[in-house]
Design a protein around this ligand. Structure first.
Ligand code: PMP
Length: 348
């Protein structure tokens, strides 16, 4: 009764959402600060009787706001129920039944699951060590039908240059989705600036991180109209609910709030990166709202995870070979990060 690939599927494991009262939650890269108060006002003033109606199936107002932000047309924008939905629909639209889906390792651990759900062959490529390595990759390698390129990357927090991304897209006919879930925490320009040059490029972004709205589920793609149209053909009629649309519109109308929060988070991130380095940790350069860090011996990554957890602080640990020596720490408030440092200082 159940399709074979679903029977055999190892599902995606999201970071936990425990219900403990006193908890410092640094495990799922949510924003440490609340969304714009305008979001609260918009939801409070929504006439609840309107909920008997279906929402706008095409999210026109949201797309107008995004088109203004990215200097493109609303036909260049697809909006979905979180970027996870958008990424999943892309596997339906851009891969044949015997097709291939590629991604780097390590990167976002949802991609292999999406490939398995789609019954596509996974093409896993080791994460290039530099922008130069990325730039030559598609010259020397035939890419799969669809390639997910996370930039800045998760969980490593590092970024490839826009020039390297451009080279990567230039030398292939494959659809390349640059996943910029963490793009607003980076100083680099978005790959959305390249969409008119590369018809095979789509850029995926989300309100979950920089806009502090993981709870509403709103993600989108920016790219060539032909690819965007294909996604509109296959989506659920009403894939973005009315409450989400109301909240997203209010948030997008107040980008300054988001930018202030990002600035605060980046300042805390850079401070904590230095604090950990002063303690002998390896900490990757970060263009995101998290740090990718390896404790010095005799400390171990799972040991630090357990010590933090015992004090009600949760971070993310990925036990597979490539990532087993590192922990991923979401940037919280300054107070939360100082609590974390205190526990680390007591780790033996
Ligand atoms: N892409 C990356 C790289 C992510 O880390 C995440 C968050 N887990 C997502 C996409 C999904 O974001 P959303 O909340 O919009 O589904």
């Amino acid at each position: 009764m159940i399709r074979k690939s679903v029977q055999n599927l190892t599902p995606y494991t999201p970071g936990e959402q425990p219900k403990l009262a006193k908890l410092i939650k640094l495990n799922t890269n949510e924003n440490a600060y609340p969304p714009s108060p305008k979001v609260g006002q918009a939801l409070a003033s929504l006439d609840f009787e309107r909920l008997r109606l279906y929402p706008d199936p095409l999210c026109i107002r949201i797309r107008e706001l995004l088109a203004a932000e990215f200097n493109c047309n609303i036909d260049n924008i697809f909006v979905g129920n979180g970027s996870d939905e958008v990424l999943s629909l892309a596997t339906e639209a851009f891969t044949e039944n015997d097709g291939t889906i590629g991604f780097f390792n390590p990167s976002y651990s949802l991609y292999p699951v999406l490939a398995d759900i789609r019954d596509a062959k996974q093409v896993e490529i080791p994460l290039p060590a530099s922008s130069d390595e990325l730039a030559v990759l598609s010259k020397n390698t035939k890419l799969p039908d669809l390639f997910f390129l996370t930039n800045p990357n998760a969980p490593t927090s590092t970024i490839f240059s826009l020039e390297a991304i451009e080279e990567f897209c230039k030398n292939t006919d494959s659809v390349v989705i640059v996943d910029e879930a963490y793009g607003d925490f980076s100083k680099q320009k978005s790959a959305t600036t390249l969409i008119n040059k590369y018809p095979n490029l789509l850029v995926c972004r989300t309100l979950s991180k920089s806009y502090s709205l993981a709870g509403i589920r709103l993600g989108y793609l920016v790219g060539n109209t032909e690819l965007i149209e294909a996604l509109y053909k296959i989506k659920d009629s009403y894939n973005v609910n009315m409450l989400t649309q109301v909240a997203a519109i209010a948030a997008l109308e107040d980008p300054e709030w988001m930018k202030e929060n990002c600035k605060r988070i980046c300042a805390t991130r850079d401070r904590i990166k230095q604090e950990l380095r002063n303690r002998g940790w390896f900490v990757a350069e970060s263009e995101t709202n998290f740090l990718w860090a390896k404790p010095p011996a005799p400390l171990t990554a799972p040991g630090v995870r357990d010590a933090l957890r015992a004090e009600g602080i949760i971070i993310r640990y990925f036990s597979q070979k490539e990532t087993a020596e590192y922990i991923r720490i979401t940037i919280g408030t300054d107070e939360q990060m100082d609590e974390m440092l205190k526990v680390i200082d007591n780790c033996k």
